[in-house]
Ligand binder design. Structure first.
Ligand code: 5AD
Ligand code: SF4
Ligand code: FES
Length: 364
């Protein structure tokens, strides 16, 4: 058991160390998970934060090769919630003492869209008397748009880098101006600079991805000083250009295990950030999110989108809870989370400690 322990005792992990940990099996894998569990209990504790996820529209201007709601997929039935429907979901989250909501939608950019989101943000502040945390997940936007939304009450933003390796990014996206790696990286930097709690993430087990890429993804998150991470297994969708590569993929179980290891290693590398137990984990294993909480994650994003729309926000196949209503998920999660020995931090925003330390550091 020599090598694994000496890696786990290191102050800072190298790419080679991370690859070694990603390949850990049997007893070594158990050691990795014990170590990440220890870090979690020491630095973030048992408290799990809820983010009520509102997938308010699946209309998207982009054509990412992996995604089921890409613009060119004519089979996707498009929807766009009304403001009232969105605000009902917000009220549900607030009344059920979720600490935060996440507004997620396909990527759109226009003055009308910017205004719509700003209006919603102001209403969310009114409804929750300024107490509800608000995360946006609306893709790449100009700096002034990010600023406007921040001023209107958003304070966290999720923008997955998807693949930190430029070549891999290019294999997963069309080669044009709007699917540009540099543009994505710039957007992420801008979010951090204008003052958001900044989140990113990657897909795990996508075609063409190598061990080194996954290790570099974690190093990217560390070097970027990211505050929050959501990463999940890639799950193929039949109406996408990447579907023909499905024969090259690791099995779903392998992708699932790899995701757990990525989360565990990241928890060891970045002790005080927020890590979400991605919903895609549950698409593979009914207890997927609970397993992620056990080994390092501390955030869960219950879907509070009105039930009748859930089936249409299909980024990947087998998406869970598409037949449920928000209240079903709350009850279900209460039981599930206590099962793994954690507790839900009802009514708390759950800002990552890392963010405040980062801001303090940059002010010095
Ligand atoms: N499998 C897993 N995750 C996916 N996403 C998009 N398509 C898939 C897929 N087929 C993820 C992307 C995106 C997030 C909203 O959903 O990482 O950033
Ligand atoms: Fe649009 Fe996001 Fe899907 Fe890309 S991953 S096609 S930006 S919804
Ligand atoms: Fe949605 Fe269990 S979390 S039904």
């Amino acid at each position: 058991m020599g090598q694994i322990d000496s890696i786990l005792n290191k102050e800072s992990l190298t790419r080679e160390d991370i690859v070694y940990l990603l390949k850990a099996e049997g007893e070594e894998k158990t050691r990795l998970f014990e170590a990440s569990q220890m870090v979690k209990s020491q630095y973030v504790g048992k408290r799990v934060y809820f983010r009520g996820l509102i997938e308010f529209s699946n209309i998207c201007s982009k054509n990412c090769y992996y995604c089921g709601i890409r613009k060119a997929n004519q089979k996707a039935e498009r929807y766009n919630l009304t403001d009232d429907e969105i605000l009902d979901a917000v009220r549900f989250a607030y009344e059920n003492r979720y600490g935060s909501v996440v507004l997620q939608g396909g990527e759109l950019s226009s003055p009308a869209f910017t205004r719509r989101i700003s209006g919603l943000l102001r209403r969310i502040q009114e409804i929750s008397k300024g107490t509800l945390g608000v995360t946006l997940s609306l893709g790449e936007q100009p700096e002034e748009v990010y600023r406007e939304w921040l001023e209107n009450g958003a304070h966290r933003y999720l923008l997955r880098i998807e693949a930190s390796n430029r070549q891999l990014y290019q294999k997963l996206h069309p080669h044009d101006d709007i699917h540009n790696y540099d543009r994505r990286l710039e957007s992420l930097k801008t979010l951090q600079e204008v003052g958001y709690q900044t989140g990113t993430g990657v897909m795990i087990g996508v075609p063409f991805q190598r061990w080194d890429d996954l290790a570099d993804d974690l190093i990217f998150m560390r070097d970027f000083d990211i505050d929050m991470v959501g990463m999940g297994p890639y799950i193929e969708h039949k109406d996408t250009p990447l579907y023909p590569y499905r024969d090259q993929l690791a099995s779903e179980e392998e992708r699932f295990q790899l995701t757990l290891k990525m989360i565990a290693i990241l928890r060891i590398m970045m002790k005080d950030i927020n890590i979400a137990a991605a919903t895609a984990l549950q698409a593979i294993d009914p207890l997927g999110r609970e397993k992620a909480l056990k080994i390092g994650a501390n955030v869960i994003m219950p879907n509070v989108t009105p039930g009748m729309y859930r089936n249409n926000y299909k980024l990947y196949e087998n998406k869970p809870c598409t037949d449920e209503e928000a209240a079903d998920c709350t009850n279900c999660l209460d039981v599930r989370i206590s099962m793994v020995g954690d507790e839900i931090a009802y009514g708390e925003r759950g800002d990552p400690k890392h963010f405040f330390k980062r801001v303090e550091k940059s002010a010095q």
